[in-house]
Design a protein around this ligand. Structure first.
Ligand code: FES
Length: 138
């Protein structure tokens, strides 16, 4: 645990208790849901694209689950706006750990990356590269 961990913990709790961009985006271009099968926690992401069809103009999510999974979705919803679809698809686990700012045990990593996996799969489906009903962290 490095310096600043307490601050990041506070931030995670704050996002969990007061999630940003929570709710369904009525006119979303991309909607996708996923779950962590270990616990049944879920996240559904909604992405609205700009007129160029490639830049994320709006993001929201709904979900139910642990503090890390919900806070990660809340933080991610702020990070994704303005990014291109390729930029989001290129995100890695390290980006999520950096965003959360805490060291994650192998179990917690699945919580942390749930929203990111859902967003990436939703984009891949939108682009015709994947065909699946639901994302899982397995
Ligand atoms: Fe279920 Fe964290 S315990 S996603």
């Amino acid at each position: 645990m490095g310096p600043g961990t307490d601050m990041y913990r506070q931030q995670i709790l704050d996002h969990y208790k007061n999630p940003r961009n929570y709710g369904e985006l009525e006119d979303a271009d991309i909607e996708h849901v996923g779950e962590n099968p270990m616990c049944g926690d879920t996240i559904k992401m909604f992405l609205k694209l700009a007129d160029d069809g490639d830049t994320i103009a709006g993001v929201s999510f709904i979900g139910d689950g642990c503090a890390i999974s919900q806070a990660s979705a809340s933080m991610l919803s702020g990070e994704l706006r303005g990014k291109s679809l390729e930029e989001v698809r290129g995100m890695e686990r390290e980006d999520i750990e950096e965003m959360l700012g805490v060291d994650l045990s192998p179990m917690r990593v699945k919580c942390a990356v749930l929203a990111e996996k859902v967003a990436k799969d939703g984009i891949a489906i939108h682009q015709g590269d994947k065909d699946l009903e639901e994302t899982t962290t397995e």
